[in-house]
Design a protein around this ligand. Structure first.
Ligand SMILES: C[S@@+](CC[C@H](N)C(=O)[O-])C[C@H]1O[C@@H](n2cnc3c(N)ncnc32)[C@H](O)[C@@H]1O
Length: 224
């Protein structure tokens, strides 16, 4: 995408009522008013709150929001020009239970309060295979601690990825640390048993992986 187009999207994001872009300072200095208050201040109801981390264009956020009008969805990504797509769709189609937050996932526990979140979807995260990139891997022990701090005790995490490495790494880590793996499938379109929402919604990146005949994997787990 050209830089002119990106700028246009950034400007449009500023005008969207469903886009939230706190500064890093606001988040780390605990000045972010929505922390702990997303349902009361943004959605104005008490429905379960579901996050999509690294949402890209926000396919899961939008499609799940349409399927589950009694849940609230927030797509989170650092790249505003990407989630612009989802935010615009939500506005055009009048989807009231979808919003978008621009932040680094590293700051997630500054954007949400303890026990505020019911479910987390992680969709096609960068696997960060190199050893020195481990700290950026979105299912490492530090990230799991962050997720645990914002999830309700019964809260679950969904990981969908094309990366065999990410799938195996996450399963190994979950088993090793005694977390609860509720379901795992290493080829969701070939091996039966996946929940409908795993096989009926495809993300932008997923479409590209499917064209290359890559297996898509899925894990649902609870952090102990
Ligand atoms: C491979 S893309 C997948 C996007 C989308 N989920 C999909 O499947 O089409 C990974 C996304 O995660 C975002 N991302 C990566 N690391 C991040 C971080 N630390 N904080 C926020 N977003 C991040 C990137 O901007 C990118 O949009």
């Amino acid at each position: 995408m050209g830089s002119k187009n990106k700028l246009k999207r950034f400007r449009e994001n500023e005008t969207f009522s469903n886009v939230y872009q706190p500064t890093r300072d606001e988040l780390v200095n605990a000045a972010f008013q929505l922390k702990g208050n997303w349902n009361s201040k943004v959605f104005k109801n008490n429905y379960p709150l579901v996050l999509e981390l690294g949402c890209g264009k926000g396919e899961y956020t939008i499609e799940l929001a349409k399927r589950y009008p009694n849940k609230n969805f927030i797509g989170i990504d650092i790249k505003g020009a990407r989630f612009w797509r989802g935010a615009k769709t939500a506005i055009e189609e009048g989807i009231p239970n979808a919003a978008f937050l621009r932040t680094q996932i590293e700051l997630i526990d500054h954007a949400f309060g303890q026990n505020e979140v019911d479910e987390i979807w992680i969709t096609f995260p960068d696997p960060q295979i190199k050893y020195k990139r481990t700290k950026h891997r979105m299912t490492n022990a530090t990230f799991l601690e962050r997720y645990k701090s914002i999830l309700k005790p019964e809260g679950v995490v969904h990981l969908k990825t094309d990366s065999e490495f990410m799938h195996g790494y996450t399963l190994g880590l979950l088993h090793g640390a005694g977390h609860e793996v509720q379901y795992a499938n290493h080829n969701v379109y070939k091996q039966e048993g996946s929940p409908a929402e795993v096989t009926e919604i495809q993300t932008y990146y997923e479409g590209q992986y499917l064209e290359k005949n890559k297996a898509i994997t899925y894990i649902r787990f609870k952090i102990k």
